[in-house]
Design a protein around this ligand. Structure first.
Ligand code: SAM
Length: 399
């Protein structure tokens, strides 16, 4: 097979007998041999077995687990080339959907390795690892190069926890303190030496805090955030900071802003001093408790936060927003949210998306009254197939 280009998930695309084929582990212009892994009426999925003609971009991976793990897609090219490929993937996706706008940039991550402030591992027979992509096949690892250095160092001492089966999430803050979230039958051993060596700020075991505190304090730009173990936070601090700097340009002193899917208030608080007021909505009650706390912690008084599903809460709020930030999960905006946004018609919608496919779907649903002012991509997740986009939509029809 000859690979034509990549799809938006980083799989090679080729055609056979008029049918589209997606090929894993292949690069544009490569000639490969592959084995069929899935077939439907519309498309087939293949896995590369042999590279007959190699792309000039291809290089060996930094990761010894690449063949088994599947978490990284672009560890077989240089970081610069991975950015080029991600940009091409996005350009194609936008073009295919007739989403036309001026040239867009992809901002590189200041760190291409060691950028993840959170990893989630499986524990089996006293070893830790990941499940192979799209399967439940355990892949034992000893390190993950995407994780922050402090997490990588902690992994060297993992055995001291004495956990044989279960799940482990490790989070690190901007002060290099760790939070361990463990689900297991046996209680983890909490050794003083381990705690001190790795600056462990808290251990949560089966949803109970068994050491110190279930929070991390995270500093980004001029603000401090208290974040509960169960609350979401952006996984690449440096890119999160760049995104908030970018979106600040779109606000004025008289703006009333809704921050939908606000988490612990990350964007609400970053923009608060630039606008009249911000109102955040978020499903996770613990995140909203943090968001309210974070407002007082940073002496910010023009923000308020509401617990609830955006699709149920947004309509009930009697205030008119001039601008709306949305940062939904991968599933994108609920149909009802699109409907209410079209009724409320804010001047701008600043859409922060971790899934280009649902971003495109939602842009198309808003297209009759919103035009694209700008799209910028951010490499929040280097070497993986994932990419973050910020899309600024501007209201385009007079009332
Ligand atoms: C991608 S995160 C963004 C969080 C926040 N904007 C930030 O920067 O930290 C998505 C957030 O949406 C929340 N969420 C998911 N579904 C929701 C819904 N239907 N209504 C409200 N919040 C939801 C999640 O709990 C999560 O905090």
């Amino acid at each position: 097979m000859k690979i034509e280009k990549l799809d938006y998930e980083g799989r090679g695309i080729t055609h056979q007998n008029g049918k589209v084929c997606f090929v894993k582990n292949a690069l544009p212009n490569e000639e490969i041999e592959a084995t069929l892994v899935k077939e439907t009426k519309r498309f087939s999925v293949y896995e590369t077995t042999k590279i007959v003609k190699e792309s000039k971009m291809r290089k060996s991976s930094f990761c010894p687990y690449r063949a088994l793990c599947g978490g990284c897609t672009f560890d077989i090219v240089s970081y610069e080339n991975s950015l080029k490929l991600k940009k091409e993937m996005l350009t194609d996706l936008f073009k295919q959907n007739q989403i036309i706008f001026e040239e867009f940039e992809i901002e590189k991550s200041p760190k291409d390795l060691g950028y993840r402030n959170k990893i989630s591992l499986k524990i089996q027979n006293g070893a830790f690892g990941y499940f192979k992509e799209e399967t439940h096949a355990f892949v034992k690892i000893q390190n993950c190069f995407l994780a922050d250095d402090s997490i990588q160092n902690f992994l060297k001492d993992f055995s001291l926890l004495h956990v044989k089966e279960g799940n482990l999430t490790i989070k690190v803050n901007t002060n290099k303190e760790l939070l361990l979230i463990i689900e297991s039958k046996e209680k983890p051993k909490i050794e003083k030496s381990l705690i001190e060596k790795h600056k462990i700020a808290g251990i949560i075991w089966n949803q109970k805090c068994v050491y110190n505190s279930p929070f991390l304090f995270i500093r980004i730009n001029h603000l401090l955030y208290k974040v509960h173990a169960e609350s979401f936070f952006q996984v690449n601090y440096a890119i999160a900071s760049k995104i908030s700097e970018e979106i600040l340009k779109y606000f004025r002193k008289d703006d009333t802003v809704f921050d939908l899917y606000c988490g612990v208030g990350y964007f609400s608080l970053q923009i608060a001093s630039k606008v009249k007021q911000v109102l955040g909505i978020e499903l996770n009650q613990k995140a909203i408790i943090n968001a309210n706390y974070n407002a007082s912690l940073n002496q910010i008084s023009n923000v308020s936060f509401h617990v609830g599903k955006v699709e149920e809460t947004l309509r009930k709020i009697p205030i008119k927003a001039s601008k709306v930030i949305v940062d939904p999960p991968r599933s994108g905006l609920h149909k009802e949210v699109i409907k209410v946004l079209k009724e409320k018609r804010p001047e701008k919608i600043i859409y922060i998306s971790c899934n280009p496919k649902t971003l495109v779907r939602d842009i198309l649903a808003l297209k009759d009254i919103y035009k694209i002012e700008k799209i910028k991509a951010y490499d929040m997740f280097p070497y993986t197939k994932h990419v973050e986009c910020v899309c600024v939509l501007e209201f385009d029809k007079p009332l």
